[in-house]
Structure formats: structure tokens, C-alpha cells
Ligand binder design. Structure first.
Ligand code: HAM
Length: 437
């Protein structure tokens, strides 16, 4: 019979794989909550137009889209931001500002298969809406950095690369990029590091830029560090203010305790079309993998999609590259499957009591299993071992007669008999003693 396979780019999560995903998502939720964000969710299927309007050509080309039975054009969500904007837009007046929301959606993009890019992924989204102050930008990046720090990644492992679309826009206009070419130029520059400069220069040429302008653009994207920006733009009207704001941003990050992860790097522009201000990406320090995280300000998106004028900023952090990096650095917790108790029943008469005991243990919160076929004690102990049971709780004819049960510590190998009604209290006691230390 032909082998049944899943689709390329879609993952099966066997228990040990799911443990990795859960570890990452647990840290995401924990950090987002610690930073005062609340969780929301939306539907995985949305009207197509919420993506075609503003997300940009790359993401639109990757959509899983179709017509539903009611004749609506729909798409599986490739990103969360348009859903968030739709939901906030619908209750814009009622929601107290600033809105601090996070979400952990599974997203779908028909990507070309490559390392770190799949056709589905989980993505932490953290967004702040209704706030213009640059402190919100700093807070946002601090959350992203805190997540990688909480996962054990140091500034030697991960760098946050910060840039600003206003700065890039002003610089590109100065070298002759027309307003209607800006997005296309951003899109090309976003591919720096993934595609050769020569091939990118070719694309810029196709957009109508001359060699001098192209060289200039590449030179500008090489600028890094706030001092270089001050030197280059300190007295350029309309740009110096942005540089000043970036300085404030950096000192906020210093006070928030994450500055040591951050570099200014103007080669970052972000692929998505809707960003308007400070943008950033998190990368592995060696830049061998793809971006771990990306985000920034998108002050015009609510207006464009919902007619509500509200500033906003946020980021998305995917699970795929992050898991790869954690695995490479040996920072994933050891996979441990296991249950608390395995009830071993010896002889047919013990069966009823064994099931009652299992129910009692489960009621008390102990994960508990037993043998369905009530095979030989040896086979049952073997199962207990395979399932990683911490204790085997044994009921045989002798225990039944004496109103007792035998508790065997599977790791240490010792066992003792206790009164039947003492099983749960005894196990509770040893659990607390063990977890205390
Ligand atoms: P994005 O840069 O498209 O931004 O995605 C953010 C992160 O999601 C990436 O850095 C990467 O880790 C992960 N990611 C994206 N596509 C894939 C894929 N095909 N396979 C594996 N991982 C992937 C956004 O989606 C924005 N909506 C983020 C945002 C939220 N901006 C504001 N708020």
C-alpha cells in the first residue's frame, strides 16, 4: 500500500517535537504576561482582501487562498497583524489605550522550501496600539529580547538589529528614489544578505535607478551605530529629529536592561509593506539562520484597513528558527515523558480495586495508567518502566486481604506496604519532599 504522507512544509509533532514547541510557547506566554500584555486570538481563515490591501506583494504571492462554498474569496492567515487591526478597528472607541495585546497563532505561507522557512509556523505576536511615544517602541523590543533571554540566549547568541523606515525613506529620496518607488526599493534592500549585491543592483536598475544612486543606497545601508548616524544626518532637516528619537530609544533600552543585545543597522528594512517608523529584527549572531523575529511601527495600517486613525507597533517571532537555534546551542530542555503512577493488579480479584485506586489517584492529580489486559506482573512492571512511571502501586491477593497496597519507587527500586487509604496521602508527602529539594 502506498505510504500516506503529509504535505511538504507542514510538520507532524510527535510528543518529543511537541515538547519543544510547548517549551517555546510557554516562555512566550510567560514573558508577554510579565510585560503586562493580554492574550487574544482570531480566526485562521479571513477574507482575502485584508491581506491584498496592505501586506505587500511577497506575502500576497504566498497566500493559501480559495473561494469558499458561499463564493467568498478567503485566505488562511499568513500573518496576524491584519486580523488584529480588524478586531481593534471594530472596537476602537471602547478599548482603553494603549492596547497591549499578544497572540500565538499558527500561520500559513506557501513559501519556497528552505532552511528555517516552512509552510506553517507558530508566531508570537506582541502589539501596542494607540501610543505614539518612542518609549512604546523600546518596550516592544524589550519584550522580544526578554523572550530570547528567558530561553537562555545571550547577546553573544542573538542580536537585535534596529533601523527606521523614516530614516531610510528620507535617505532614499535624497538619492533620487521617487515616492512611488519607495516600497519596491525597500523590498529589494530587504533581501540584502540573502541575495548578492550584484543581483540586487540589477533589480534596482530595473526600477529605473542609475548606478550612482544604487551605490549610494548600498553605502547608506552599511551605516551602523548611532554615532555614524549623528555624523551623517545630525544637521539634515527632517532626518536629524529621527536620529534624536533613535538616541532616546537606545537610552530607554539601556534603562530597560536590554541594550547589550541591540545594534543600529540600516540594512534592516522589513519585507512587509506597512511599516512606517522604527523597525527591527532579531538574528542569530552568526547570521547563519533566517530572522528569528521582526517588527516595528505601522502607524497608518489601521487607517488604511479600518478608517480608524490609531498608531500601532508590534512584532512577530516564529518558532522554527528559534527552535533550531536553541537546539544548536544545547538550550532545549531534556525531553522527559513520564507518568506519576502505574497501578499493577495481580490476579483477577484485584482488578476492580486497582481501577478504583487508579480513579482515586487521578482524582488527586497524579497521572496514572494501568494495563488493559492485566497481563503478568512482570509484563505490567515492564510497561510501568516503559511509560516512565515514578511509582508502581501494586494490588495483589495479599494486599487485597490486608486492605493495603504496595508502593514501589521505580527509580530507587525500594518498596513498602501502606494502608490502602494512605496511598494518596503518602504519595502526596513524598512528592512535596522531593519537589522541595
Ligand atoms: P514577518 O517578518 O513576516 O512579520 O514574520 C515574523 C517572524 O515569523 C520571522 O522573523 C520568522 O521568525 C517567522 N516566520 C515568518 N515566515 C515564516 C515561515 N514561512 N516559516 C517559519 N517561520 C516564519 C510578520 O509576520 C508581522 N506580521 C509581524 C508583526 C506583528 N508586525 C507587527 N506586528
Amino acid at each position: 500500500m502506498a505510504e500516506l504522507r503529509g504535505l511538504p512544509g507542514f510538520r507532524d509533532f510527535y510528543p518529543e517535537d511537541l515538547a519543544v514547541r510547548s517549551h517555546i510557547i510557554d516562555v512566550w506566554r510567560d514573558v508577554a504576561r510579565r510585560y503586562g500584555f493580554v492574550e487574544f486570538d482570531g480566526p485562521p481563515l479571513e477574507p482575502l482582501e485584508i491581506y491584498t490591501k496592505k501586506s505587500g506583494s511577497e506575502i500576497v504571492a504566498q497566500l493559501y487562498q480559495f473561494e469558499d462554498k458561499g463564493g467568498r474569496r478567503v485566505a488562511l492567515r499568513p500573518e496576524m497583524t491584519p486580523t488584529l487591526v480588524r478586531m481593534v478597528g471594530a472596537r476602537a472607541r471602547a478599548l482603553p489605550k494603549p492596547i497591549r495585546w499578544f497572540s500565538v497563532p499558527q500561520l500559513y505561507r506557501y513559501e519556497r522550501q528552505q532552511r528555517g522557512r516552512l509552510r506553517e509556523h507558530f508566531q508570537l505576536n506582541v502589539d501596542i496600539l494607540g501610543e505614539t511615544d518612542v518609549l512604546a517602541d523600546a518596550e516592544l523590543l524589550a519584550v522580544a529580547i526578554e523572550v530570547v533571554r528567558a530561553l537562555g540566549l545571550s547577546p553573544n547568541h542573538v542580536r537585535a538589529r534596529v533601523s527606521d523606515r523614516r530614516l531610510l525613506g528620507a535617505m532614499f529620496r535624497r538619492v533620487g528614489v521617487a515616492e512611488d518607488q519607495l516600497l519596491a526599493v525597500y523590498h529589494v534592500v530587504d533581501r540584502l544578505g540573502r541575495e548578492s549585491e550584484e543581483s540586487l543592483a540589477g533589480r534596482l536598475e530595473k526600477l529605473g535607478l542609475d548606478r550612482a544612486a544604487i551605490e549610494h543606497i548600498f553605502a547608506l545601508t552599511r551605516l551602523s551605530g548611532i554615532d555614524q548616524l549623528h555624523a551623517e544626518f545630525g544637521d539634515v532637516e527632517g532626518v536629524s529629529e529621527v536620529v534624536g528619537e533613535l538616541s532616546t530609544y537606545l537610552s530607554c533600552l539601556e534603562n530597560l536592561g536590554v541594550r547589550d543585545y541591540v545594534d543600529i543597522d540600516l540594512s534592516i528594512v522589513r519585507g512587509l509593506a506597512y511599516y512606517t517608523g522604527i523597525v527591527f529584527e532579531l538574528w542569530d549572531a552568526g547570521r547563519e539562520l533566517r530572522a528569528i523575529c521582526g517588527g516595528g511601527r505601522y502607524d497608518d495600517l489601521l487607517q488604511a484597513l479600518t478608517g480608524v486613525d490609531m498608531p500601532a507597533l508590534g512584532f512577530g517571532m516564529g518558532d522554527v528558527v528559534l527552535a533550531e537555534l536553541l537546539r544548536e546551542r544545547g538550550l532545549l530542555p531534556e525531553y522527559r515523558s513520564g507518568i506519576d503512577c502505574y497501578v499493577v493488579a495481580i490476579g483477577d480479584e484485584a482488578r476492580g480495586e486497582a481501577l478504583k485506586l487508579a480513579a482515586e489517584l487521578r482524582g488527586a492529580g497524579f497521572s496514572t495508567a494501568f494495563d488493559f489486559a492485566m497481563r503478568s506482573p512482570k509484563a505490567q512492571f515492564k510497561s510501568a518502566d516503559q511509560m516512565g512511571a515514578r511509582w508502581a502501586v501494586v494490588i495483589g491477593p495479599e494486599e487485597l486481604a490486608a486492605g493495603r497496597a504496595l508502593i514501589r519507587d521505580m527509580g530507587r527500586g525500594h518498596e513498602r506496604a501502606v494502608d490502602r487509604e494512605r496511598v494518596v496521602p503518602e504519595l502526596r508527602e513524598v512528592s512535596t519532599v522531593d519537589s522541595d529539594g
